[in-house]
Design a protein around this ligand. Structure first.
Ligand code: AFP
Length: 332
């Protein structure tokens, strides 16, 4: 993989992509997103942490960081010449860039996921899902690439184009150089990241968490999807879930620009991602901001969650049938 005299770990992002024999337009797109992250880092370090609409001492319009990050990425993608359509958490609808789909890509992104965590100096990230052509409303299984950038104590970038998952670190020259490639996740893990409120979990999720605790699995949860997933990926074990809640039956996380890209990356590392019943990457989106429950990480732990959910749903259905039968017999 590396030329003589150059260690593998001095390989920058563009060279690594070339060695994956990736289409030039896709290389350009991924590198443009990586470039945009440098401006997002700057806005995190210097931008106003307030809400959109505030103004600085010069009376200039200050933007909330997620709006700022969205504008930075939108501008980059708009001028890239390889994007057909794009959409993000900040957009109400898909934005067409070019009517010509050939050789172009469509991008769904969360510009700064967990932006509210910046105020308390916790890690946040940018999440990107890439499809070939013009259609963004297709199952995540059709993605040609996914990536995230994690703005933490170090800035790192993780990507896959379907040939393994690779991690890059930003050096002092603000270049992304290879840290590790072909990252793998073990079948079962020793940490769990439970999103939402436990008192709103369904019986199946509740039973799954009780099992994890009895197994001695440790709770690790930052409230940021990107750092929490990154922890599972780089430790090579664990499960993150933001399940169906009694008041959020579809969960909280968005399918197009949060779940699909992360599911793609985790599966490329040998893990799994499910909505509790079905593989995330098989879900057909009906609308661009569609949400879904998610269990993502070690394959065996995701399967176990599905089994607990199925078992408790069966028990619940049987109880409801018995109750209904009693009501019917009491009417006779
Ligand atoms: P924001 O992007 O609105 O801050 O939400 C972040 C997030 O979508 C995701 O990063 C976390 O996993 C999840 O919310 C945390 O949600 P809870 O605060 O309800 O646990």
């Amino acid at each position: 993989m590396s030329e003589p005299g150059k260690t593998k770990f001095q390989i920058d992002l563009r060279r690594h992509l070339r060695e994956q024999e990736v289409d030039d337009n896709l290389i350009h797109l991924i590198c443009e997103i990586a470039e945009a992250s440098k401006y997002i880092i700057h806005s995190i370090r210097t931008g106003d942490l307030g809400v959109a609409g505030t103004s600085n001492l010069y009376g200039e319009q200050q933007l909330a960081l997620d709006v700022l990050a969205d504008r930075i990425l939108r501008k980059r993608l708009d001028h890239s010449r390889v994007v057909a359509n794009m959409m993000s958490e900040e957009m109400d609808e898909i934005i067409p860039i070019s009517p010509d789909c050939d050789g172009k890509y469509s991008v769904a992104f969360d510009p700064l996921d967990g932006s509210s965590l910046v105020d308390v100096n916790l890690a946040v990230g940018t999440i990107v899902s890439i499809f070939e052509g013009c259609d963004l409303l297709q199952p995540g299984n059709n993605q040609v690439a996914a990536m995230y950038i994690l703005y933490g104590p170090r800035t790192t970038l993780v990507y896959s184009v379907g040939n393994g998952v690779h991690e890059f670190g930003m050096n002092n020259l603000m270049e992304y150089t290879l840290l590790q490639e072909n990252i793998r996740i073990e079948p079962s893990g020793n940490l769990y990241s439970p999103g939402g409120q436990r008192n709103k979990y369904t019986p199946g999720t509740e039973a799954f968490v009780t099992h994890l605790e009895e197994r001695g699995v440790k709770l690790r949860y930052s409230g940021g999807f990107v750092p929490d997933i990154n922890q599972v990926l780089l430790k090579g074990k664990g499960i993150f879930f933001y399940p169906h809640l009694n008041d959020l039956p579809k969960g909280k996380l968005r399918l197009l620009f949060e779940l699909n890209p992360m599911a793609y990356l985790i599966e490329q590392a040998g893990g799994a991602a499910s909505n509790g019943h079905k593989r995330i990457l098989d879900l057909q989106p009906e609308e661009i901001h569609q949400r879904a429950p998610v269990f993502i990480g070690c394959k065996e732990d995701v399967k176990l969650a599905e089994e607990f959910i199925a078992k408790m749903e069966t028990n619940q259905n049987e109880e409801e049938s018995k109750t209904q039968a009693k009501k019917n017999s009491s009417k006779k």
